[in-house]
Structure formats: C-alpha cells, structure tokens
Design a protein around this ligand. Structure first.
Ligand code: SF4
Length: 231
C-alpha cells in the first residue's frame, strides 16, 4: 500500500470523523500560549497523565507564576510542592530552574527571541536546555513559533509503526520526516493533536480497538479478529 498524500488525507479525515473532534480550537489555544509557558507545560507533561500535568501547571501558575524570573525568585521547595502531583517533582523543579536561568542568561528572559531564529538554529537552542528533547522542542517550535515541524510523541510513534508508515526500528527523526512529507505544513498542528487523540481513544498501546477502527483497511497491523494488532 502506498503511503502518499492521498493515503494521509483519507486516514486523517476518517479519524477526524470517527472521533468527532474539532482540533482548530485546541490548536488556537496552544498557539496562543507564551512560549515559556508552553515549554513548562510540555516539561510537566512528560511521563505523566494529562490530568496530573494540568493540575501541576495550574498550581505552579497560582503559587509561583510561570515566567523565568518568577521561577528563579521562588523558594525551590515551593516549586517542588506546586508540581508534586506530576511526579519526579524534585528533578522537574530543578530542571525548571535551570531552564529559567538559561532563558534569563541567554535570551534576557524572553524565549520569543529563540523563535525568531532560523528553524534549525532555534531547534538547537531549545534542545540545549535541560529536560528539552526533540518532542518538547518541536512542540514549542510548531505551536508557539508557527514553524513547519511535526512533533512526534509516544502515541504518534506507535501509530506510525502500526500503520507501516515507518519501519519498526524508526527513530524520532524518521517518523517526523515521514509525516512532514505527507502533510501540508498548515496541517501539522491539527494532525499532531488528532493522532494523539486517536492513540488515546482507539489505537492505544495495550488495547487497540482494531475491530472498531475507522482505518483498519489502511493498516497492515489490524488484528481485528484477535482484538490486538500484530505490533
Ligand atoms: S487497525 Fe488497530 S493497529 Fe491499526 S490503526 Fe487501527 S487500532 Fe491501530
């Protein structure tokens, strides 16, 4: 089966219809966030549930404020306590302080300066910050910077392999490029959010609903008969 632009269009439109989700509002909401806030939100969401990440973010906003100088001024214990619910709170709080310090020292406290750099340079800068890997950097670049880059998370990695878009051993950059070749850059943000939702609700890691999946005929891993995919 050819994975070309038509295939991607059909895939996304069926998923969108099946899930009945409206991504533009979510895209607008994320795109309107200050880049530092988006960076903090993404760091807090690493390896934790959305619910706990949101609770940690809101408590941090209420008790400390989410800005580089506010985090640097705050008592470190206060920051740890605010984000405790997200887990690994000591390491995360230390990382947030280091990120805040770097943003103040390198960019005068304004992360938007990074987003004005050429894409590859901006990406290198973000990746040099503690706790910032490809996914976190690319989310900031796409949503806050409007850059043409497709962030890949754990759901998107899994779905891409199951759909046969990439080989089993494909890494982050392979998966990112595969989607970038298939989609118009204007679709990256909405497609990113849609695929994550699809991974949560249908093509989940443990119990994919292949029997109900709207794209099972496009998926070589469909295991509808057994209720689980072959990978
Ligand atoms: S058929 Fe199964 S493995 Fe394939 S995309 Fe759908 S839920 Fe995922």
């Amino acid at each position: 089966m050819r994975r070309d632009r038509d295939w991607a269009r059909k895939l996304l439109s069926r998923i969108r219809e099946f899930l009945g989700v409206e991504e533009p509002e979510a895209v607008r909401r994320l795109s309107s966030l200050d880049p530092f806030k988006l960076l903090v939100a993404t760091v807090l969401s690493q390896n934790t549930s959305d619910r706990n990440a949101i609770a940690a973010y809101e408590k941090l906003e209420r008790r400390v404020g989410i800005a580089p100088d506010a985090i640097l001024r705050a008592d470190p214990v206060e920051v740890e306590d605010a984000i405790r619910i997200a887990g690994l709170y000591r390491q995360r709080a230390a990382a947030l302080r280091e990120i805040a310090k770097a943003v103040v020292e390198r960019y005068g406290g304004d992360l938007r300066k990074v987003l004005r750099m050429p894409l590859e340079e901006a990406r290198r800068e973000l990746l040099s910050l503690p706790k910032v890997g490809y996914k976190t950097a690319d989310i900031v670049l796409l949503f806050a910077g409007g850059q043409p880059i497709f962030p890949v998370d754990t759901h998107i990695s899994r779905i891409s392999r199951r759909l046969g878009l990439v080989e089993e051993g494909a890494g982050y950059e392979d998966i990112r490029r595969a989607w970038e070749e298939l989609l118009d850059p204007r679709e990256y943000a909405a497609a990113h959010l849609l695929l994550i939702e699809f991974g949560r609700r249908v093509c989940s890691a443990r119990r994919p609903l292949c029997g109900e999946c709207p794209v099972s005929d496009l998926c070589p891993s469909s295991g509808a008969a057994r209720g689980k995919p072959s990978r």
